[in-house]
Every structure is written in structure tokens, then in C-alpha cells.
Design a binder for this molecule. Structure first.
Ligand code: ZN
Ligand code: ZN
Length: 217
């Protein structure tokens, strides 16, 4: 049971093509920055640039009015996920209004981990969650209660952690069930963090339609 964790890997440049949170989106020519359909019509904030097998996932979430805006909901219009083709991406012009950028651009490295299920205390019939095990075990030394979980910025692929089936979004184009693509965690410090309301973020994708979706638990 392998999990591909995304690990904080220091600061990088704002238009880097490495996996990252923050910085400026790279998008095809003609791309227009998404606006919030829930609270205010202001531009969404750019969260993450995630190269994957069949392109680049580009994640935006509204931060203009976190109290009122339903940015946790996949259908609210307050967040947006794109699956761009890998080629000919270029930095996008940043809108002049709204909370559009994170303060810091953080590089991500991926690390495949295989948690040791034998060590898991399974006297209570609960099936262990692969992502939860991988994250909580990150850099966990013998005798420690906690590892370095703040270094974990999420994971790629696998299955959604503790998500109710009825929250898995339907593709807006073909109405099919979307595939899980990534978890997103807030980040290593207040300065670098994406604001997910203290929740875990989920990225879904319909590869056939090249549509994405985002929600938090
Ligand atoms: Zn909003
Ligand atoms: Zn679809």
C-alpha cells in the first residue's frame, strides 16, 4: 500500500515548472484567470501547480471572503481545477484586484512511502487509511508521538482520505464520477500556508473531459 507524499522542498521561483504551491500559474495562451462564483466575483487565489502523468493540474481557491464564500464546495464556483496539456504553458498575467497569490512559492518533491501495517494497532476493526498512515508516519522516529507532518503538503494519486462517497464530485461535462488526483495540506508555516480552513483539500479530475474539481472535508 504505497502513498506518493508531496513534501515541502524549500522556496522556488514564482514561474518555476516544478511541482509547487504558490507562485504564478502556467497556462496555455488565451487563459483567463477564474473569478469567484460564490461570494464576490473577484479573482480566485492560485494555490498549486502539480505536473501529473497527463498534464498539469492547476488549482485555484477563493480567499476573498473565507467566512461567507463556499470555497469548500466542489460546485460553488469558488474554486477551480484545470488539467492543462503539458506543452506550451506560459506564466499568466496576474489580476490587479483580489487575493490572487500566496506570499511564498514552495517547491514540492514527491516521496513514495509504504507504511508498515504490521505496526498499526488494529484491535478496533477500522481499516487504516493509507494517506493518514503515510502522513502521520512521515519522519516519525521510534518513541516519538508525532513525525514532521507539517512538511507534508499532501499526496498524489491513491484514494481520498476519509471522504464520504457522496462527496466525490461528478464531472460538470460528462456527469461521470471523477477520479481522485491529489490531497492538499495547508503547509509548513503561516507564511507559506494555503488557507483550507484547517481542513484537508481534495483534487479530483475527469481525464476524458480534462475537467477538475476541488473540495475540502
Ligand atoms: Zn469567493
Ligand atoms: Zn467528464
Amino acid at each position: 500500500m504505497q502513498t506518493t507524499l508531496m513534501i515541502y522542498d524549500g522556496i522556488t521561483s514564482a514561474d518555476s515548472d516544478v511541482p509547487r504551491t504558490g507562485g504564478v500559474p502556467l497556462a496555455p495562451a488565451g487563459f483567463t484567470w477564474p473569478l469567484c462564483g460564490s461570494c464576490c466575483g473577484e479573482p480566485l487565489q492560485f494555490f498549486a501547480h502539480l505536473p501529473v502523468e497527463d498534464g498539469v493540474l492547476s488549482v485555484f481557491v477563493c480567499q476573498n471572503d473565507p467566512g461567507a464564500c463556499e470555497n469548500w464546495d466542489a460546485y460553488s464556483g469558488a474554486n477551480r481545477v484545470y488539467l492543462f496539456p503539458r506543452e506550451e504553458l506560459q506564466p499568466v498575467a496576474v489580476p490587479e484586484t483580489g487575493l490572487t497569490l500566496l506570499p511564498v512559492t514552495s517547491a514540492i518533491r514527491t516521496q513514495v512511502v509504504t507504511p508498515d501495517l504490521e505496526e498499526h494497532d488494529d484491535d478496533d476493526d477500522v481499516v487504516p487509511d493509507p494517506y493518514d498512515l503515510a502522513r502521520s508516519g512521515w519522519k516519525l522516529e521510534p518513541g516519538d508521538r508525532f513525525g514532521k507532518q507539517r512538511e507534508v503538503l499532501g499526496s498524489l494519486g491513491g484514494s481520498p482520505s476519509y471522504l464520504e462517497d457522496d462527496r466525490v464530485p461528478a464531472c460538470p461535462s460528462c456527469t461521470g464520477t471523477m477520479d481522485f488526483a491529489a490531497h492538499l495540506e495547508e503547509g509548513i508555516s503561516a507564511q507559506t500556508a494555503m488557507n483550507l480552513g484547517g481542513q484537508l483539500g481534495y483534487v479530483f479530475v475527469c481525464r476524458a473531459c480534462r475537467q477538475g474539481a476541488f473540495l475540502t472535508d
